[in-house]
Design a protein around this ligand. Structure first.
Ligand code: BGC
Length: 446
């Protein structure tokens, strides 16, 4: 195996700028829970209208995910990321300037499209510029930025709970996008895309600037090998018997990331904490902040461990921890007593921590590395679309689940789904640590 390569300063700069997309993804999906408190009375929103306002970003993201791969293949990864930065700025301003409900919805859809497009393009770009033995850390840094974005939104929700300026809450979301937009002028196009579009000389210059010296050969060989593939052929290939299994591994992992229930906590945490006894809005928001911090810290642990102990083992540890946490959450809420509420809060926190170690980052790492370059854009589009679809489904059904089977029953259900996810990883997901994208292709085809 190739030894660890030091990342150049330029590489770190490029990775950080691409990861800002993750920050924007996290911020824009999580800011609404706090803003809603003010929007509801100002715009006289019914319960149904509130539900639509919260979930419409997910519909935008679904549409964006569908466009993401096409745009990234057509315009290039870099220009697509630039486009999302513009959309994030527009979405924030439209929402902030809204005078009526439909304008609010429109602003949120624009932000949602940006979220969907970036969730395909950023991991794609990162995997294509990363040396194999650093790919885990580099792609999971994107997840770290998602968690930072969520934490940022929770902090703003907390600060603005007293200040009550909902417009500023959205405008703040355009700042990282403006920084990213400017900085992107100083970052290169992905060498993978350049090779694929016949710009080999430029691709080699980029590889040289990124100082990917040790891994050059495998990068160049792989990229040249797939440079000739055409669009239609790529779709056909993706569903051919050769790649079908790989496609489904990605789709299932992507679905499991959502249907094991993480966003019931990320989006509904204050409400759940109120149910557990943190009755004032301030204390519930504060407890939510601690969820945000744990999410960031545990993701950091995962970034550090991914290229050391491997994806598969970490994923299994993470899911096993989720199963235990979810079951103890279910049991404590079936048994109810005052101590039990504390137990419930602790289980919630360990659940988030184990998600952040495993399914959170590793989903995006696997998606970006299990598909061969010639079908990568399309396969990631499908897998990310499935991710947003399951996210939408879970967010939509959770309030009804709460009413029909209670919090204990709901988490038991997510616990059972997590057991199935564990079995799936054990049976089907291979170790991909340190392998070149081409080696991974060969392993998966067996
Ligand atoms: C998921 C999001 C989730 C976030 C939580 C991401 O990987 O795709 O749906 O909100 O992790 O940290």
């Amino acid at each position: 195996m190739a030894h660890k390569q030091r990342l150049s300063r330029y590489m770190i700069f490029v990775v950080t700028i691409a990861c800002l997309g993750g920050l924007l993804f996290g911020y824009h999906t999580a800011i609404i829970s706090g803003a809603l408190i003010f929007l509801s009375p100002i715009f006289h929103l019914s319960v149904a209208e509130q539900g639509v306002l919260v979930s419409i970003i997910l519909l935008g993201a679904l549409a964006g995910a569908l466009m993401g791969g096409y745009l990234a293949d057509r315009l290039g990864r870099k220009w697509t990321i630039m486009l999302t930065a513009v959309l994030f700025i527009l979405g924030s301003w439209i929402t902030a300037e809204s005078h009526f409900y439909f304008m609010l919805l429109f602003g949120r859809v624009v932000s949602g499209i940006a979220v969907g497009v970036i969730s395909v393009t950023a991991p794609l770009y990162l995997a294509e510029i990363a040396p194999p033995n650093r790919r885990g850390a580099i792609v999971s840094a994107y997840q770290l930025f998602i968690t930072l974005g969520i934490l940022g939104a929770y902090v703003i929700n907390y600060i603005y709970a007293k200040k009550a300026d909902w417009q500023e809450m959205f405008i703040i979301g355009s700042l990282p996008a403006a920084i990213q937009l400017l900085a992107l002028f100083f970052t290169p196009e992905s060498p993978g895309w350049l090779f694929k579009n016949g710009k080999s000389r430029l691709a080699i210059i980029v590889l040289e600037r990124l100082r990917l010296d040790r891994d050059w050969k495998s990068h160049i060989d792989e990229m040249k090998h797939s440079a000739s593939s055409r669009n239609k052929r790529a779709w056909k290939l993706l569903f051919s018997s050769k790649l079908r299994n790989i496609l489904f591994i990605g789709l299932f992992i992507s679905a499991f990331q959502q249907i094991t229930g993480i966003n019931t906590i990320i989006y509904y945490a204050p409400r759940i904490f109120q149910g557990a006894g943190y009755t004032s809005a301030i204390s519930a928001t504060f407890a939510t902040l601690s969820i945000g911090v744990i999410n960031v810290l545990a993701t950091l642990v995962s970034v550090w461990l991914l290229d050391r102990i491997g994806r598969r083992r970490l994923l299994l540890i993470g899911i096993a921890g989720m199963v235990v946490s979810l079951c103890s959450l279910a049991v404590t809420s079936f048994l109810r007593s005052s101590l039990i509420d504390e137990m419930a809060v602790i289980s919630l926190m360990t659940y988030v921590a184990f998600f952040a170690i495993g399914l959170g980052p590793i989903t995006w790492v696997l998606l970006s590395e299990i598909y061969p370059l010639k079908v990568r854009g399309k396969a990631m589009t499908l897998a990310t679309f499935v991710n947003w679809l399951c996210n939408y489904f879970v967010s939509l059904t959770f309030p009804n689940l709460l009413v029909s089977i209670g919090i204990g029953g709901s988490f038991l259900l997510y616990g059972i789904i997590s057991i199935i996810a564990f079995w799936f990883v054990l049976r089907y997901v291979p170790e991909t640590k340190g392998k070149s994208l081409e080696e991974i292709e060969q392993i998966l085809q067996k």
